[in-house]
Design a protein around this ligand. Structure first.
Ligand SMILES: Nc1nc2c(ncn2[C@@H]2O[C@H](COP(=O)(O)OP(=O)(O)OP(=O)(O)O)[C@@H](O)[C@H]2O)c(=O)[nH]1
Ligand SMILES: [Mg+2]
Ligand SMILES: [Zn+2]
Length: 299
């Protein structure tokens, strides 16, 4: 028996691709083809934390004879449904002048991101056509202006997501795939190719690949609006995801004030001033949707 048949030391890497029973793990700059140890795929392996291996997972693997086997999935920072990936650090919420932005969707994604420990970043794409006014978001999240056509703003954006794993959210045709392609600046993934790959994007379809831009920087493309899975929070907790309420909420009469219709609500007094009226109205819309959903649950 040659030396190469011996079990080797444990290595760590990130799962960047999943096809059938094979996983591509990026480890120290090398792509390693791995398979999973059977027990990992059962729910009992890691209590309820891990029930399978997802793209985005950090895994430990070992060489066993001539195959590499994933032995362990390290605890996840988060796990998304759409896209179906784990360990996301930042989310680029892309809007553009065409199609016209839907800020209710933007706000829902922001809440969802904050809930999952993901930093939301607003990306205003297609600035070569027109710049959209997003002053409502200046205090809410970082804002980047880009054009996938002229490459404007791409360097700054790339700096922001350096060393992170990033997903994209945004209506169809705002330019998510174009931005990735412009960033990659090559034709490794054509727009058409990416669309085909993710177009089956129902809730259950898994994303098969995350793109390694450089070193520890990864990006996940998604088709259409993602990060919109039902916001898993109670309506009463929605207020905590609105940064602009923070400086006023301690002065509301009630600690439990949701700033909807309680008496002596300090937050309400600042709507239309420090607090954007439109953001506040959309807050109420999301609040009511969450109430409705809860009522349905108990019907
Ligand atoms: N003028 C202009 N057009 C752009 C820009 N970015 C993308 N486009 C165009 O917008 C269209 C849609 O771009 P995609 O990158 O496919 O959009 P997407 O967000 O990935 O769409 P889905 O995959 O359907 O969700 C294409 O025709 C692009 O050429 C930009 O910065 N400026
Ligand atoms: Mg796309
Ligand atoms: Zn209040």
């Amino acid at each position: 028996m040659g030396k190469e048949y011996k079990k080797t030391k444990t290595q760590t890497g990130k799962v960047i691709k999943h096809v059938a029973a094979r996983f591509v793990v990026l480890s120290e700059g090398k792509r390693v083809n791995c398979i999973a140890r059977k027990k990992i795929r059962g729910k009992d392996y890691y209590s309820d934390a891990v029930d399978e291996i997802l793209v985005g997972d950090i895994v430990e693997f070992q060489r066993d004879r001539d195959v590499f086997i994933i032995e362990k999935v390290l605890p996840r920072k988060n796990q998304l449904l759409r896209p179906y990936v784990s360990n996301i650090d930042t989310c680029l919420i892309v809007i553009s002048p065409i199609p016209e932005p839907d800020f209710l969707l933007v706000d829902k994604v922001i809440v969802n991101c904050l809930h999952q420990g993901i930093e939301p970043i607003l990306v205003i794409n297609k600035v070569d056509i027109e710049k959209i006014d997003v002053s409502d978001y200046e205090k809410i999240c970082p804002i980047y202006y880009t054009s996938a056509n002229t490459n404007e703003g791409l360097d700054l954006l790339l700096q922001k997501i350096d060393g992170k794993t990033t997903c994209l959210a945004g209506q169809s045709a705002v330019g998510k795939s174009s931005l990735i392609n412009a960033i990659l600046n090559n034709n490794r993934q054509s727009i058409g190719e990416l669309s085909r790959q993710t177009q089956r994007g129902t809730n259950t379809t898994r994303i098969t690949e995350i793109i390694n831009i450089k070193d520890n920087t990864y990006i996940v493309d998604t088709c259409g609006f993602s990060m919109l899975e039902t916001i898993d929070i109670e309506p009463e907790d929605l207020r905590f995801y609105y940064e602009e309420f923070e400086e006023f909420r301690n002065d509301c009469k009630f600690n439990s004030c949701t700033h909807i219709n309680e008496p002596d609500c300090e937050v309400l007094k600042h709507v239309g001033k420090e607090i954007s009226l439109k953001r506040y109205e959309r807050y109420k819309t999301i609040y009511n949707e969450l109430i409705e959903r809860r009522n349905k649950r108990y019907e």
